[in-house]
Design a protein around this ligand. Sequence first.
Ligand code: AR6
Length: 176
Amino acid sequence: MEKECFDGIEVMQGDITKLKVDAIVNAANNSLLGGGGVDGAIHRAAGPELLAECRKIGGCPTGQARITKGYNLSAKWVIHTVGPVYSGKPDDAKLLSLCYQNSLELAVDNKIGSIAFPAISCGVYGYPINKACKIAVDTTCNFLKQDRFINKVIFILFSSENYNVYEDYIKSLFKN
Ligand code: AR6
């Protein structure tokens, strides 16, 4: 992994709803009608207009992404993506990688320069954080190598354990 692709990547611990970035990514479900975890937090912070806009979209397949406005959030946009429920099968990794890829593509299409991701699928959907972290970072790095429009990608982790996993993985890439 080349160092240059990490120039635009930042790892933070905290609450994604508080971030001042162009877009935050929501770990949604196929209905896009809200739920618990980060999805619930984003809908609470954005206000009811977010749910109203999501209703009009009519759902989202796993691995794909949809965009709405951010309403009461500091972020102008919310990109909703649906991660896989972890099953231990090879498709999990493909679908999780697609979540990052499709969210980043949607960001570029909408001229979004800064974007923040939570640990998609790592809560209720049960994806092991070590595996998910590698997919998140590798997919994003490969994307940033090819597309220069996005200048900042933040990975924001709720827990210190998950934050340490991301920090350790990124550090380990530089040792080689
Ligand atoms: N900011 C950043 N990260 C957060 C926040 C927050 N405010 N809140 C939780 N996390 P999860 P999933 C972390 O369960 O596994 C919903 O009900 C959390 O600690 O939110 O993709 C949807 O509607 C965890 O590491 O998403 C779906 O039904 C990570 O975000 C389902 O959950 C993701 O946990 C999606 O499950």
